[in-house]
Design a binder for this molecule. Structure first.
Ligand code: HEM
Length: 317
């Protein structure tokens, strides 16, 4: 009896399509969530401005006081809503510990939502506090702000560790294979001379990096990241005529030349990868230290919130 089995080629095309669909769905959901979050924060800011801009003495006289004070009809809902958002936000770290949860979805996509919640929730909490930061609730608030701000540093360093699609850090052998592949593509091109690419592909020597403190290494990476768009625009300008240079704002925007843009994207990726490889040890160390600081702060923050809620419930808001 004949059996119907898909050939490996067909199966891999179907898998690629499924991955593309999942990625598209993620982007759409993330986009909707970003617009909803920005909209909510904007509405609260605009509608609440008349109240939040009053002095503490004037506020009880405002008709909005019963709604927007922390324990008001809207203020309290904002607090409860933030608690729900924090519960979802904390699923990201818990996912590393709970196997059933780690089997759901892709780490990178979880992190995107963690970050969106990590930015939005403190904003919503700020409206819940009605811009008053006293006592224990104030301590919890500033701990939250510190955790959220440190999240940006964590995100920056996280991105410096090259990862697979499922966010597992790549091995040195995998990184070397990627760099060799990109180097091959860049060498075979006719747009640029090797000396044109030197400034983009140059990284400090291992000895220089070893002698750097962690902060200096971070600062050097940040400087290289900030310089890269300008180095690339200079490169693009070299390959374009006068009118194209104007149309691309001096090489800052992509041109219509697909071959040139594909080459520039290879050079860009190679530049990032070379930097990531050169600084890998330092980045891993900074990221480890970041976790060591970030985790207890997050746990203290969660604890402070629980105490704050217990106090609020016991005194009847
Ligand atoms: C108040 C808001 C936030 C809280 C309570 C929070 C909490 C946490 C916790 C508990 C972890 C796990 C730490 C560990 O496993 O050691 C974590 C990881 C992380 N968070 Fe946040 N976070 C917040 C906001 C943010 C923001 C705003 C960003 C980025 C802009 C961010 C980026 C990250 C990154 C990159 C990681 C590490 C990812 C990894 O190692 O897999 N977080 N966060």
């Amino acid at each position: 009896m004949a059996t119907l089995t898909a050939s490996p080629g067909v199966a891999s095309v179907a898998r690629t399509r499924a991955l593309e669909r999942a990625e598209l769905l993620h982007r759409i959901l993330l986009g909707i969530a970003i617009v909803a979050a920005a909209g909510a924060v904007l509405i609260l800011a605009v509608r609440g401005f008349a109240y939040y801009s009053l002095s503490l003495e004037e506020r009880p006289l405002s008709p909005l006081h019963s709604q927007l004070r922390s324990s008001g009809t809207i203020g309290l809902k904002l607090g409860i809503f933030s608690l729900g958002m924090f519960a979802i936000l904390f699923l990201y770290p818990l996912r590393k510990r709970w196997r059933w949860l780690s089997a759901i979805g892709v780490t990178r996509r979880w992190l995107n939502f963690h970050i969106l919640l990590g930015v939005t929730t403190p904003c919503i909490v700020t409206f819940h506090t009605a811009f008053r930061f006293h006592g224990l609730a104030g301590v919890a608030y500033w701990t939250m702000v510190a955790v959220a701000l440190s999240g940006f540093v964590g995100r920056y360093v996280y991105a410096k560790i090259p990862r697979s699609l499922n966010s597992v850090a790549l091995s040195i052998a995998e990184l070397e294979a990627q760099t060799a592949d990109l180097a091959g593509r860049v060498t075979g091109q006719s747009f640029f001379q090797p000396q044109d690419l030197a400034s983009l592909l140059e990284v400090p020597t291992p000895n220089e990096i070893r002698s750097m403190g962690l902060l200096r290494a971070l600062w050097t990476m940040l400087r290289m990241d900030l310089a890269r768009p300008f180095q690339v625009s200079r490169l693009r300008r070299r390959a374009l005529d006068k009118s194209q240079r104007v149309a691309t704002l001096g090489g800052l925007l992509p041109s219509h030349n697909r071959n040139l843009e594909s080459m520039i994207s290879n050079v860009w990726r190679q530049s990032r990868l070379r930097m990531a490889m050169a600084f890998l040890d330092r980045t891993a160390r900074v990221f480890h230290l970041w976790h060591v600081v970030h985790r207890p702060f997050s746990i203290s923050f969660a604890f402070l919130i629980l105490v704050h809620i217990a106090v609020a419930v016991s005194v009847g808001f």
